[in-house]
Design a protein. Structure first.
Ligand code: FES
Length: 161
């Protein structure tokens, strides 16, 4: 099985990679497209990009880690995004992250829960600074939060499944 088959790239994605593979700046464009289609970039997907573009795997990882935009773990069904823009940071955004991660049992570099239900990620200002600190779940925004409210929000989505 080829690495592209292992990564389960669609024909459209393969055609995009083929069209871009010899253009300057191609790696970022291609990785963007992979993340757009798959939601993240796994080891298999990075390997496939390396082979299909003839780029050393270390360089693919180099680009992925330089741009924090790229995700290496599959996001959860419910994506908890916590704002760490200035206003939210000053009003306790980091506490919301710590509380969410602790309630969901996420350790070290884990972004998603093992059952794939939740992921937690810091994001930049989402434009609701008057509601700081802000957390959103798949785009539903919760503002003026204190960390004791996080459990209730998570429970709401857990019950939806
Ligand atoms: S800083 Fe968090 S919404 Fe603007």
């Amino acid at each position: 099985m080829s690495s592209a088959q292992a990564a389960k790239f669609s024909n459209e994605l393969l055609a995009f990679i083929d069209a871009w593979k010899s253009k300057p700046g191609n790696l970022i464009m291609i990785l963007h497209r992979v993340q757009e289609e798959k939601g993240y970039i796994s080891k298999e997907m990075a390997q496939a990009v390396s082979e299909l573009t003839g780029t050393h795997l270390a360089r693919v990882y180099g680009v992925m880690s330089f741009y924090h935009f790229f995700k290496t773990q599959k996001p959860g069904k419910y994506k908890i995004s916590i704002c760490l823009g200035t206003a939210c940071y000053l009003k306790g955004g980091q506490d919301l992250i710590d509380e969410s991660r602790s309630l969901l049992g996420l350790s070290n570099d884990m972004v998603s829960t093992e059952d794939g239900l939740f992921s937690v990620e810091p994001v930049r200002c989402i434009g609701c600074c008057g509601l700081a600190p802000v957390l959103s779940v798949n785009g539903d925004v919760y503002g003026k939060l204190v960390k004791s409210q996080v459990a209730e929000i998570i429970a709401k989505y857990k019950n939806m499944k």
